[in-house]
Design a protein around this ligand. Structure first.
Ligand SMILES: C[S@@+](CC[C@H](N)C(=O)[O-])C[C@H]1O[C@@H](n2cnc3c(N)ncnc32)[C@H](O)[C@@H]1O
Length: 828
């Protein structure tokens, strides 16, 4: 890659190259070409005036585009090399001489188009330096008004400065259409813009103010600069979007420090100047000399005065204080006698400024602190939410966290805050979260008994309840989301629901009735249940469907709720119960075939559904709840065909089976083991999410033996050895092909049978032939091994002289394999 030359502003761009190629004197030619393409004024013009035309590329374009025999006059401060079909001369467009020369060339004609692409030659020795671009454009327009025909076009370049709008305003007074545009060839970095003014109104008399730069730009120019802003808030740097300050060519401004002391507008000095100096003028300045010697004029003050542009609020304040002190010393205050009112006013004003400065500062500090605090909080919250989302996506979020983090202690601003919904439709959710009900009931009891009736307690209880309810409903949402996404989970949930219904047979009733009582109490106190659904307009209660479904998933239940299934009766519930009982009996007999003496009550896990609690009490046994593994085991066993399909697939189960089979463990041992911490877990009042979480992690660990593990391993190996789907498919394909061949054979032999010219023997022989041909297996082609050496080394295709299947082998590999074999033999 060649090294690129650096050029100022990257001038040598594609327009530059194009201009060179086409023979234009400047890349600016393309600006006119593009402007003309858009507005098409050149083709319509017969007389054109090009102001500031050097080096002449616009004249070149005009000469090319305008009709034959057109008059093109170009003028510039710089000399312009002669251009065919163009008259050019050197002059300053702001002078009368220039106007006279133009008149000379145009004679009585009027220009159809006046172009102006002038830019002041800043930095040269020309007097025109003082004219800024806007003024130059105004001068150009002045000439245009003199020479343009009615309806003519004036195209001018302007820079986006504060005078830009003033200029546009003037253009709009004199032309019917004024449009500002930036042709593509104009560099983006350049502030230049082209204004195309069409339809010159050619008024008989133009107000001279329109064409006087002083009135045009002074009238609408910016009022006094905002020095207060610079001094009070110097840290906030205002970007200059309106170009450079016009007429402000002196960048560095300084005044004697004494002037700052004497002035009535110290802010203006601090805001607009660069330095306060202590240098004595040639004739000497007593005030300045005194100021220089004052002890108040510390080194720090001097440093501050040395560069006002770098000062902050603090430094400005110290300068203002210093000024006040010096003024007092200088006796400006005693001037009151001579100029009392004015001095007082002035001093007062300055003092108030100082005070104001302080107050403003404090206010600003406070507001800054407040905004930064808010920002911090917002950022923290966003980060938290972001983390939560990521964790949820990674399935890392425990339901506890969802609730706590999302709702937070206040829960108001939380993304999934259910406060609003909760207010209206939380009845069902409360029913699910038993803890909430209990807490409410407890709270009521406490209130009645006079305990905890303080407002704070009540509030915190309510808050607690609300949090619990929100947690419950969030957990439910989480489960729904999971079940929507995960079919396995759906199936498991459906199974669980089915199981729960069975288990809750008698206890569920109790709960229900309890809950009902609770709700009845509620209804008498607060609102009736009937009102709840209307309030719950936002929530569709899908749970009721689940209850109806009898173990089906919600979707399945909704599907079977359709009218067409109405008349189809399912299995009557009683039948189900009977069947369950029968299954239980069978199970009992299988598990304890020779120990019939032991009653059903001896197996608490099996008896719990059949017997009521009171019965158990009578017989002196306590009912032990089934563990989840046992429940699952029961659920998975298909019972309808009367056979129990017990498949031992875990090492734990295999160990247990082996122990039972070898007599290592008896039924009594199993029963004894059943009385463990898992059997007597108090689950009442615990929220569902907690129970689910416990279920997942707090499981009994059953011991496994090496023999049990080995047996399971063996079983799995056998399972894996069974033909997999693809093998089965291949076999089926083979069978299908054989059947096809057979069919073909059958058809052929049928045809032979019908053949009239053949004897029966011949027919039989031909059929036998066909059959033996069909049965005959094609001899397997031998694979020829070709060693990649000599001519065969590194060849890509088939080796020469080899037919049929072949395999190219590496000589080295062959040798290595042989060597390995030899070594293995030796070791033996
Ligand atoms: C960008 S150049 C014009 C390029 C020209 N349009 C072309 O196509 O070649 C700007 C010109 O404005 C001229 N100019 C600036 N002030 C002027 C003035 N007061 N009178 C005449 N020409 C002026 C400069 O001499 C300079 O040549």
């Amino acid at each position: 890659m060649g090294i690129q030359k650096k050029h100022g502003k990257g001038r040598l761009d594609k327009w530059y190259k194009l201009a060179k190629e086409k023979g234009y004197r400047a890349r600016a030619a393309f600006k006119l070409i593009q402007l003309n393409k858009k507005y098409g004024f050149l083709e319509k013009s017969k007389v054109l005036l090009d102001l500031c035309a050097a080096p002449g590329s616009w004249c070149q374009v005009a000469a090319e585009t305008m009709p034959e025999g057109s008059l093109i006059v170009g003028v510039d401060l710089s000399p312009i090399k002669a251009i065919p079909k163009c008259i050019t001369f050197q002059s300053d467009i702001t002078t009368d001489k220039c106007r006279a020369t133009i008149r000379q060339y145009l004679k009585t004609w009027k220009a159809d188009t006046v172009l102006h692409d002038g830019a002041p030659n800043v930095g040269t020795a020309w007097v025109q330096d003082s004219f800024n671009q806007a003024e130059l454009a105004l001068q150009a327009m002045k000439l245009a008004t003199e020479f343009l025909v009615e309806g003519g076009t004036f195209v001018t370049k302007v820079f986006r400065s504060k005078d830009y709008n003033n200029l546009l305003w003037v253009f709009n007074q004199l032309f019917t259409k004024v449009e500002a545009t930036k042709p593509p060839s104009s560099r983006n970095v350049s502030a230049e813009i082209f204004v195309v003014c069409r339809g010159f109104k050619a008024p008989k008399r133009i107000d001279p103010k329109f064409l006087d730069p002083r009135s045009v730009f002074a009238e609408l120019s910016d009022p006094t600069p905002n020095n207060e802003a610079k001094v009070f808030n110097p840290e906030v740097k205002k970007r200059k979007r309106d170009g450079y300050e016009e007429g402000n060519y002196t960048q560095f401004k300084e005044v004697p420090a004494s002037e700052f002391i004497q002035t009535t507008d110290p802010i203006a000095i601090l805001g607009s100047l660069n330095r306060l100096n202590f240098e004595q003028p040639p004739n000497g300045d007593v005030a300045l000399a005194a100021l220089d010697k004052l002890p108040e004029t510390t080194q720090e003050i001097r440093n501050c005065c040395a560069d006002l542009r770098v000062l902050g609020r603090k430094e400005f304040r110290s300068l203002l204080r210093w000024r006040l002190k010096v003024r007092e010393k200088f006796g400006f205050a005693t001037k009151k006698t001579a100029n009392a009112a004015a001095a007082e006013e002035e001093v007062a004003e300055v003092e108030s400024m100082d005070e104001e400065l302080k107050i403003q500062e404090e206010l600003q500090e406070l507001s800054e602190k407040e905004t930064s605090r808010k920002k911090r909080e917002r950022r923290r919250e966003n980060e938290k939410k972001q983390k939560e989302i990521i964790r949820m996506q990674l399935h890392m979020t425990a339901p506890t966290e969802i609730g706590l983090e999302q709702a937070g202690p206040n829960g108001e601003g939380s993304m999934f805050g259910l406060k609003a919904i909760d207010k209206s439709g939380a009845v069902d959710k409360i029913a699910k979260g038993k803890m909430a009900i209990l807490t409410e009931a407890d709270a009521r009891k406490d209130q009645d008994s006079g305990f905890g009736s303080g407002e704070n307690d009540e509030e915190s209880d309510n808050e607690q309840d609300r949090l619990d309810r929100e947690l419950d409903s969030l957990y439910e949402q989480y489960q729904n989301r999971k079940s929507d996404a995960d079919a396995k989970f759906r199936a498991k949930k459906a199974r669980k629901e089915h199981g729960d219904n069975e288990w809750e047979g008698f206890s569920a009733g109790e709960h229900d009735s309890e809950d009902d009582d609770e709700l009845e109490e509620d209804s008498s106190d607060e609102s009736s249940d009937e009102e709840a659904p209307s309030k719950r307009s936002l929530l569709t209660n899908l749970d009721s469907n689940e209850k109806k479904s009898g173990g089906l998933s919600r979707r399945a239940a909704q599907f079977f709720d359709q009218d067409i299934f109405k008349d189809i009766g399912g299995l009557p519930e009683e039948e189900d119960e009977e069947e369950v009982d029968a299954d239980l009996d069978r199970l009992n007999s299988i598990i304890q075939p020779d120990d019939e003496a032991e009653s059903k009550d001896d197996l608490p896990e099996l008896a719990e559904d059949a017997e009521s609690e009171s019965d158990d009490d009578e017989k002196g046994f306590e009912v032990v709840k089934r563990t989840d593994a046992e429940k699952q085991w029961e659920d998975e066993a298909p019972r309808r065909d009367g056979k129990l399909d017990i498949d031992i697939i875990t090492a734990e189960a295999m160990t247990l089976a082996q122990q039972i089979a070898s007599g290592e463990k008896t039924t009594r041992d199993l029963i004894d083991e059943g009385f463990n911490k898992y059997a007597f877990k108090d689950r009442d009042g615990l929220p569902e999410w907690f129970l689910d979480d416990e279920k997942r992690h707090d499981k009994p660990h059953r011991p496994i033996t090496a023999a049990g593990a080995a047996a399971i391993k063996e079983k799995l190996r056998a399972l894996n050895a069974r033909p997999i789907k693809k093998v089965r498919e291949a076999k089926d394909r083979k069978k299908f092909k054989a059947a096809q061949r057979l069919e073909k054979l059958r058809k052929k032999s049928a045809m032979l049978q019908d053949e009239e010219g053949m004897t029966e023997k011949e027919k039989a022989q031909s059929i036998m032939k066909l059959m033996s041909k069909a049965v005959k297996k094609k001899p397997q082609q031998q694979v020829k091994v070709v060693v990649a050496r000599g001519g065969n080394r590194g060849i890509a295709g088939r080796p020469r002289g080899v037919k049929g299947k072949y395999k190219i082998v590496d000589a080295r590999l062959k040798k290595d394999t042989r060597a390995l074999k030899r070594a293995a033999k030796k070791q033996k």
